[in-house]
Ligand binder design. Structure first.
Ligand SMILES: Cc1cc2nc3c(=O)[nH]c(=O)nc-3n(C[C@H](O)[C@H](O)[C@H](O)COP(=O)(O)OP(=O)(O)OC[C@H]3O[C@@H](n4cnc5c(N)ncnc54)[C@H](O)[C@@H]3O)c2cc1C
Length: 444
């Protein structure tokens, strides 16, 4: 039998005759955290492989290119905070950043179930924000990761709605909801997750302005990373098996790629995917890992770009309700309908606790837009971001979940990063990952 025939036969069987490749670090997941890790490991002269399930890097970063106007429009990740790690990372790719002046454009509060106006939120927001900031200052260990003390302060495990009442924070709920989208039922969420999401850095950015890429093209970061990492990225690939124990020197990973199976021999693993049991299929999870990762539940967050006729060009429609606590909109539901830099093109954000199909989300988005001005949106782009905001129960938090999760770092030559280990905030995910890389360096 000719060599070519053997190769095709193996490929048909999902096998490959390719050599085992050897890397210092294998990064699983090429989203915000994984891409940062891979790029910066390279900077530290370490060899890497990136295993990415989809056909591109960037995860929750979605950038649409409007060919007619030559304009980029971000409709996933939009903003960053003013952290050194953010400036360094964008400088590395030569991508300019601009500060968005605080305050933003005009916004209308509308109940998108009916198209009716909703009153302005009540109370002194500035005072309530100060009280919220004072609360954040009590928990400095929330700044990077979930480095919680034992016992965990009870306030951190309270449903956020109860925490708000206890500390008279009603006037700040609307702001927190606006900047803390995607988490599902905000008032039921354990307070720790709200504090991780709406951090002191976010409060600073609300006051002094967020950063955004000058060209509204966050995707450029990932185009740059794709060029730099080049053949070290395995796109459309997932782990089929992993052996972290048999060999004292190496972790052995087998992945499935569009070109067949590939074996990787690696010193260390960085897992940068949302750590649900479904996602970790193929990992050689032991009982401890299974027990911890099996506790996560999550919400879902969806984003679309649509052409809509007749909406005001500068006005953001914020979904609120007159018949709910703090006027928050019932979920599943639309968060906002926002104009973009392209006339007639609007971003629509939607959230739910449980996953909803694209068809049903678009239906619900369309109904909301019809209640705004009677027109039918034409969808140009759509992304479902699920699972989003991985969380565990108040009891699990109190019983030491995060202390046990942190103890996994470095265990079985595996390190973990991403939103579940810090917050749904790229700036802070990069800072967390940077800390992790420094820690790994000592363990090569
Ligand atoms: C609509 C929207 C708007 C947002 N806006 C902002 C914003 O303005 N600013 C901000 O800081 N944050 C924003 N976020 C939060 C954002 O989620 C985080 O900043 C960040 O993207 C999370 O990074 P991550 O690396 O943990 O996950 P992701 O970026 O989701 O990356 C995970 C990657 O792993 C891949 N993957 C998943 N499973 C597997 C598997 N089994 N094998 C291999 N690969 C796998 C995925 O395809 C993905 O590429 C927004 C999120 C959404 C959804």
């Amino acid at each position: 039998m000719r060599v070519g025939t053997v190769v095709s036969l193996l490929a048909c069987l999902g096998l490959s005759s390719a050599q085992v490749i050897t890397r210092d670090v294998t990064v699983i997941g090429g989203g915000s955290a994984g891409t940062y890790a891979a790029v910066n490991l390279r900077e530290r002269n370490r060899t890497v492989a990136v295993i990415e399930k989809s056909g591109r890097l960037g995860g929750h970063t979605d950038t649409y290119f409007d060919a007619a106007t030559g304009t980029h429009v971000d409709f996933g990740v939009l903003f960053y905070e003013n952290l050194t790690v953010v400036h360094d990372y964008f400088d590395h790719f030569g991508i300019p950043l601009t500060t968005v002046p605080p305050g933003g454009g005009e916004a209308q509060r509308i109940d998108l179930r009916y198209g009716t106006p909703v009153d302005a939120s009540q109370g002194n927001v500035t005072d309530a924000l100060s009280r919220y900031a004072a609360q954040l200052l009590q928990y400095p260990y929330l700044a990077v990761g979930f480095d919680l003390p034992d016992p965990v302060p009870e306030d951190l495990t309270l449903p956020f709605g109860e925490f708000v009442q206890k500390h008279d924070l009603g006037a700040v709920v609307d702001v927190i909801f606006s900047y803390g989208q995607g988490v599902g039922d905000l008032l039921q969420l354990p307070t720790i997750y709200v504090m991780k999401y709406i951090s002191l850095e976010v409060l600073d950015a609300i006051q002094n302005g967020f950063l955004q890429t000058t060209n509204h093209n966050n995707g450029a970061l990932y185009v740059g990373a794709t060029e730099q990492l080049a053949a070290d990225i395995f796109f459309n690939s997932t782990v089929v098996s992993m052996d972290r124990d048999s060999d004292p020197e190496w972790v052995h990973i087998e992945i499935t790629t569009p070109d067949g199976r590939q074996k990787i021999r690696t010193k260390q693993v960085i897992s940068a995917i949302p750590p649900t049991l479904d996602n970790l299929d193929g990992y050689d999870l032991d009982e401890v890992e299974q027990g911890l990762f099996g506790l996560f539940s999550s919400s879902s967050y969806y984003t679309a770009l649509a052409r809509v006729d007749g909406l005001p060009a500068e006005v953001t429609a914020i979904n609120r309700a007159n018949d709910t606590e703090y006027n928050l909109p019932p979920l599943p539901g639309v968060y906002v309908v926002t104009p973009t830099a392209v006339p007639g093109l609007y971003g629509i954000l939607y959230g739910s606790e449980d996953f909803i199909s694209e068809h049903n989300v678009k239906d619900a988005m369309s109904q909301a837009v019809q209640h705004l001005n009677g027109s039918n949106p034409e969808y140009m782009a759509y992304e479902a971001h699920a699972p989003f905001e991985l969380r565990v129960s108040p009891d699990d938090i109190a019983n030491g979940f995060y202390q046990e999760l942190n103890a996994l770092q470095g265990r079985r030559r595996t390190y973990y990063t991403g939103a579940a280990f810090d917050a749904h905030d790229s700036s802070r995910i990069w800072r967390f990952t940077e800390t992790l890389l420094q820690r790994m360096q000592g363990k090569q």
